[in-house]
Design a protein around this ligand. Structure first.
Ligand SMILES: [Mn+2]
Length: 268
């Protein structure tokens, strides 16, 4: 992170293209690490909320989530507008892309025309007609790449890890330096020298454990559905708290349940 903030000639702004968190309700320790990192930057940090940062991909949920707290604290901006004289628009995952002409920061699945992927996605060459000067892409996990197609400069900033939480792709972690001081804008891939190995970035063991407890919880709730109808929300969830299997759940799953209970009790 220190290396990123020192890249180039002191960046005016750092753009993070989404999925700042793996889970939109990260553990408190993880949230604190991210908040400390963000607060160390003297310049604006713009975050395009990703699908992992939001509940059900809905931007409205951001106010109730850690990402919204970071914005409220002034550490990040998640809205479109002007920053350092640069006009930009943010489009989070799953939303239609509107027309240019400034800089679009999008968390959508946008792939270069030579990559044919077997799932729903935008092809970069089909977006040229929208007229953006620059489209900066999140969500996809491809190696950092910069490509000018027609009048649009496409930037896939890559990721600052060597893979994702499930796969070590051995990719070279990089960021992209965008020079927006002269037209046309130019961009350059900068490989990170201090990036940590996959095994140090991801706690895959803990992730697998959390997945298991989530699966157990899902089965548990499915089994309770009938009982919930008969006994009512309050009785069932008070009952859940007393169970031994509840005590065995991971902290993040328990926090989630506690929030659900609190919200549920409020709405009667
Ligand atoms: Mn994503």
């Amino acid at each position: 992170m220190d290396e990123i903030s020192n890249i180039g000639a002191n960046p005016d702004m750092i753009i993070q293209t989404g999925d700042l968190f793996q889970n939109c309700r990260p553990r408190w320790e993880d949230f604190r690490i991210v908040a400390r990192w963000l607060s160390s930057f003297p310049k604006p940090v713009v975050v395009c909320p990703g699908n992992h940062d939001l509940e059900g991909g809905a931007l409205a949920s951001v106010r109730d989530l850690p990402l919204g707290v970071l914005e409220e604290l002034g550490f990040i901006r998640t809205t479109s507008g002007f920053a350092n004289g640069l006009e930009f628009t943010i489009s989070q995952w799953g939303k239609p892309l509107g027309p240019g002409p400034g800089v679009l920061v999008a968390h959508e699945a946008i792939y270069p025309p030579d990559m044919d992927v077997p799932f729903q996605h935008y092809r970069a060459d089909n977006l040229v007609a929208l007229g953006w000067k620059v489209i900066i892409v999140g969500h996809v996990h491809i190696q950092a790449r910069v490509e000018r197609i027609g009048g649009t400069l496409f930037i896939w900033p890559g990721a600052i890890s060597r893979g994702n939480i499930l796969h070590d792709w051995g990719r070279e972690p990089a960021v992209v330096w965008l020079d927006a001081t002269t037209e046309p804008f130019e961009a350059e891939i900068v490989k990170l020298k201090t990036a940590a190995p996959f095994a140090e970035v991801f706690d895959t063991k803990q992730y697998e454990q959390e997945k298991q407890t989530e699966a157990t919880f899902a089965e548990f709730v499915a089994g309770l559905r009938g009982a919930q109808l008969e006994a009512g929300f309050r009785d069932v969830f008070e009952g859940i708290r007393q169970l031994d299997s509840y005590k065995g759940l991971s902290d993040s799953v328990r926090d989630y349940i506690e929030n659900t209970i609190t919200e549920g009790l409020k709405s009667g």
